[in-house]
Design a protein around this ligand. Structure first.
Ligand SMILES: N[C@@H](CCC(=O)N[C@@H](CS)C(=O)NCC(=O)O)C(=O)O
Length: 252
């Protein structure tokens, strides 16, 4: 089995799950991990695109199966290893899956857009950024209110059991300072973030491709490198690129 990934929120979902599976006692000694350098544009290289047609990490190769989309990979791996992280019974299973889909359809895109406008869109006039920033900030706050209410009176997103719903949502929420989506005044969120982070499998999953000393606190050099790489990736001209050497939208 091979994971193609990068140390980013969507990548961490899968590395966390793999380490949680190790915690459950599964043997993953055949696992290969290949880091895809997004800043160098390796996500557009044909070998990667043949596995991940959407040109994004993470991707998984398992035998004849090529899988893209982090949440599909979470669901697949949890099922493949019969993990309680995705309950087998229909009702609890769908209680988990609805939050996994909620993350994929809401938290990921909204936090990703908020982050891009906050940190990376440095080629855009600040006046032009004002509306998307307000919109994504407001929607991110609404989503965090939804999560806060879901966590009221329970340890994990779906109750007493840690699940792939926590794994899917956590990597975006942990980065709230980087995306400038304040969660400190919203009940339950900081405690949940700390609870998830305290799990040994989560700690190991966050360390894929990152020096151990920078798992929780990036160095100034890394922040600058991520900001520069993010700015280059977030540029609208890159959205239509099919290869590292490809041309973007000439009208930009
Ligand atoms: N919905 C996708 C999103 C994947 C995604 O956006 N991955 C980012 C890293 S977090 C990426 O590969 N970015 C490279 C690019 O946009 O060129 C998933 O959940 O897997």
């Amino acid at each position: 089995m091979k994971l193609l990934t990068s140390p980013t929120p969507n990548g961490w979902k899968v590395s966390i799950l793999l380490e949680e599976l190790r915690e459950e006692g599964h043997d993953l000694s055949d696992l290969q991990v290949e880091m895809i350098n997004l800043m160098k544009g390796e996500q557009f290289e044909p070998a990667f695109v043949s596995v991940s047609p959407n040109q994004k990490i993470p991707a998984l190769v398992d035998g004849d199966l090529n899988l893209m989309e982090s949440c599909a990979i979470l669901e697949y791996l949890a099922e493949r290893f019969s993990s309680p992280l995705l309950p087998a019974d229909r009702i609890p299973r769908f209680e988990v899956l609805q939050w996994v889909y909620w993350q994929a359809a809401n938290v990921g895109p909204v936090f990703g857009n908020k982050l891009s406008y906050t940190r990376y869109m440095d080629d855009v006039d600040p006046a032009a950024k004002a509306h998307p920033l307000k919109r994504f900030a407001t929607e991110a706050q609404r989503l965090m209110g939804v999560l806060s209410r879901q966590l009221e009176g329970q340890e994990w997103v779906c109750g007493e059991r840690f699940s792939i719903a926590d794994i899917a949502i956590y990597p975006w929420v942990r980065g709230w300072k980087w995306s400038k989506i304040p969660i400190v005044d919203i009940p339950n969120l900081e405690d949940w973030v700390a609870r998830v982070r305290a799990r040994p499998g989560v700690g190991r999953g966050l360390a894929y491709g990152v020096p151990e000393s920078e798992v929780d606190q990036w160095s100034a050099a890394r922040k600058a490198q991520v900001a520069a790489g993010g700015s280059s990736m977030a540029a609208t001209s890159k959205l239509n690129r099919d290869s590292p050497a490809g041309e973007g939208d000439a009208s930009e």
